[in-house]
Design a protein around this ligand. Structure first.
Ligand code: C2E
Ligand code: MG
Length: 734
């Protein structure tokens, strides 16, 4: 494939990717809405006090008037003494006289009937008991929470050490007692991170050391605009707290949805001391603590992110790397000998091998690395950051060595191995697709040379077999092809469906949807088109039979064919057989040949076309106007229809030349007695102009995009059942 074709291919992939990502964003947004509607927000609202209540040893809970409701075991054993219980007593009576005002001020602050408030940090000297027993100095973080319908004040206490401690130290010590999968983050008043717990590091994939000293902006997903953050800050400063869902970004690029509850912590004088956030990762199902099984996002066998997730994560990692001028390494890992193991020992053992392989790979990667399963026995790891990239070979060899160790999944010793290819950004490519392709090519190279690890080499790749060329052969056998059907509309009456064109789609297991424009030329070049073309013909005709059996008898089926198919011995016999098998009148099948291909016709090709014509099938010239075929040639080929190249159609409204050309083509059709179909009709203006010029059949997004068989049946039933479409809908030519 030349560089230009490759560029076009990549552009198409990029468009697919864009679509995929938009879909992904839409899903996340829906997820977001769903969470809101099931009321998860209100449950998580006071996440911080809830987390501290579970773990801080010394807690006193009062009502909003300051009457002690209950105390933690730690308080019971440490502060209460034989003189009596704290419960039921006024909390301000338990502090030194000169501090009672402070407690009252605090209680007033917390007395309103809403949770919208921050926290206060202060020091109390506690006394209690009839003998005014001195229980000592305590640091107290005071937060409001809700229990059932009642508001409560939580006094999280820490015994003073006799030394003056910085407020951040006090808060950090309290936060450090929390053991949870919820993230905790504390910043100073200027937003610099001072503390992050291990769960926060796990959620964001940043090691704690990389978080401290930074601004939480580093996690920004780019999904929220300045107005969003402005409103957030206003609310936070105004009420002392903010809760809501946020999209943030993990270190390796993946955007995730989180619930965040932020509290502003101040001292008694009202100076801001810090902001504490509690964070729940909503992309994880907390009830089982494993990823949601969103179809397509996670691999059900290994629990690893799937290809879709990898695409998203790697794309985002590249955006970040570009900004930070960092490097990214993509490791393509292909298991050796997996297939024979699977075939010899059975699927259950094969599954266990894959799970074990995933576990070993995960264990060999660092916290911020990303690992995805992208094929049956293929994995992709992404290492971000220049320092990590420099270790790529070391990491790759270690992973390969780990996989080569015997696996204890069957009484008989099972050994597999792995070949690993590596491509690095920016050296080996600038975009996701190029990098994965190059890492894949490097892996193939490693396999061929029986190496465990290989870097991508552009020089070697020139000689390597590009992946699509080999994979296209497996597409049918692995059920990766699908047909869509694009309706063709009669312009008179603007209603009836004349028929449809079968358009093939390839869902590549690694690269996703590969456009027909990309893989059909490859299949034509390497000969796979014969096999694919036969499959398309068989599927399309079988589908037409089903529609006819469902009572829709008047539809025709157009199938694209390539010159290589015509040259394949026995093609005419095959067409005949498929028609007979499905009981189809031959004139209901139309075979489309592109005009460019007819230019390469040999005499024998013309004879084959004549034979096909004699079977009764209609021959159509596709993309008419893209080349310079002579009218006599068209006549010689016994053509029954022409399809106007969509380029002319798309310029119709704005270009007089295009209108003249389409008019000429329609006139040629009239003279030669050939039906002319306009393709690529996207809007009503184009349809009206064409109908005015006498065009009777149109195909394009205006009539309908390529659609699944069932949708076409519904459409045809609706349109063709109308008693007289021309009376119900004004004609386009009106
Ligand atoms: P084609 O035969 O000219 O098919 C029409 C192409 O234009 C289709 O692209 C279709 O999705 C697209 N299209 C339809 N309406 C509109 C519209 O209103 N606006 C625009 N911009 N595009 C429109 P697709 O499916 O990607 O197919 C591309 C080409 O791949 C086809 O061009 C055809 O040459 C080839 N192809 C598709 N399926 C087969 C097949 O089964 N066998 C062979 N040999 N070639 C195929
Ligand atoms: Mg076509």
């Amino acid at each position: 494939m030349n560089a230009e074709a490759l560029q076009v291919q990549l552009l198409r992939y990029a468009q697919d990717l864009e679509e995929l990502m938009q879909q992904h964003h839409r899903l996340q947004d829906q997820h977001h809405m769903l969470l809101k509607s099931i009321g998860r927000e209100s449950q998580s609202h006071d996440m911080l006090p809830a987390l501290l209540l579970e773990s801080v040893p010394l807690v006193v809970v009062t009502d909003t008037r300051g009457i002690v409701l209950r105390v933690s075991d730690g308080v019971a054993s440490r502060i209460e003494n034989h003189t009596g219980e704290l419960a039921g007593r006024a909390w301000d009576a338990c502090v030194l006289i000169n501090q009672q005002d402070a407690v009252q001020t605090l209680l007033r602050k917390f007395s309103g009937g809403t949770l919208d408030t921050g926290g206060v940090l202060l020091q109390l000297r506690l006394i209690h008991g009839v003998d005014q027993h001195d229980a000592g100095i305590f640091d107290a973080l005071v937060l409001k929470t809700k229990r059932g319908r009642r508001f409560e004040i939580c006094w999280f206490l820490q015994a003073g050490t006799g030394q003056v401690r910085a407020p951040w130290q006090v808060q950090q010590d309290l936060l450090a007692t929390v053991e949870s999968d919820k993230g905790l983050l504390m910043t100073d008043p200027f937003g610099t991170i001072q503390y992050a717990n291990a769960a926060f590091a796990k959620i964001t994939a940043y090691p704690v050391a990389e978080l401290v000293g930074q601004n939480p902006r580093m996690l920004s997903s780019g999904r929220h605009d300045a107005a969003f953050f402005h409103a957030m800050w206003l609310e936070l400063l105004d009420s002392g707290c903010w809760s809501g869902t946020l999209f943030n970004r993990r270190k390796w690029g993946q955007i995730f949805l989180e619930w965040q509850s932020i509290k502003l912590i101040e001292n008694l004088q009202g100076d801001v001391l810090s902001y504490i956030s509690a964070v729940a990762d909503l992309s994880y199902d907390e009830s089982v603590n494993r990823p949601h099984r969103q179809p397509g996002h996670y691999d059900t066998l290994t629990g690893l992110p799937s290809r879709m997730q990898m695409v998203d994560a790697l794309t985002q990692a590249l955006v970040l790397a570009r900004k930070a001028q960092e490097q990214v390494a993509v490791l393509f890992i292909d298991l050796d000998r997996f297939k024979p193991v699977n075939e010899t020992f059975g699927r259950a053992v094969g599954d266990a091998v894959l799970q074990e392989a995933a576990t070993r790979l995960k264990a060999g990667l660092a916290q911020g690395d990303m690992l995805a399963r992208v094929g049956a026995d293929e994995f992709v790891a992404v290492l971000s950051g220049t320092a990590r990239v420099q270790q790529a070979q070391e990491v790759g060899l270690a992973l390969s060595a780990a996989l080569a160790e015997p696996m204890d999944v069957h009484p008989q010793e099972i050994r597999i191995g792995a070949s690993i290819g590596c491509a690095c950004y920016p050296r080996d490519g600038n975009d996701m697709i190029t990098l994965v392709r190059h890492a894949d090519a490097a892996m193939y190279g490693a396999k061929r040379r029986q190496q465990r690890f290989s870097y991508y080499s552009a020089a070697r790749d020139l000689h390597a077999q590009p992946r699509l060329e080999t994979d296209i052969w497996k597409a049918i056998e692995q059920d990766q092809l699908r047909l869509l059907y694009q309706p063709q509309l009669r312009s008179a009456g603007l209603g009836a469906i004349r028929g449809c064109e079968a358009l093939v789609r390839w869902q590549h297991p690694l690269l996703g949807a590969v456009p027909a424009d990309t893989f059909i030329p490859i299949a034509e070049e390497n000969g796979a088109i014969v096999q694919i073309g036969n499959w398309v013909l068989e599927q399309a005709c079988a589908q037409l039979r089903l529609w006819r059996e469902a009572g829709v008898l008047d539809l025709s089926m157009s199938v694209n064919i390539s010159v290589r198919q015509i040259r394949d011995p026995g093609f005419e016999a095959h067409v005949h057989q498929v028609l007979t098998q499905n009981g189809l009148p031959p004139e209901m099948l139309e075979l489309e040949l592109s005009e460019t291909e007819t230019l390469q016709f040999r005499d024998s090709d013309t004879q084959h076309i004549a034979l096909l014509g004699s079977l009764g099938v209609r021959i159509s010239i596709d993309d008419f106007g893209s080349s310079f075929s002579s009218l006599s040639r068209l006549n010689a080929l016994s053509i029954r229809s022409l399809k106007i190249n969509s380029q002319f159609v798309q310029n119709l409204a704005g270009s007089a030349d295009a209108r003249v050309i389409s008019n000429c083509m329609l006139a040629i059709g009239k003279v030669l007695g050939i039906e002319v179909i306009a393709q690529g009709v996207e809007n009503a203006d184009q349809a009206r102009i064409l109908a005015g010029q006498g065009c009777k059949v149109m195909q394009g997004y205006y009539a309908g995009r390529p659609m699944p068989a069932h949708d076409l049946l519904v459409l045809a039933r609706k349109r063709n059942a109308l008693p007289d479409a021309s009376r119900l809908t004004p004609s386009l030519s009106d």
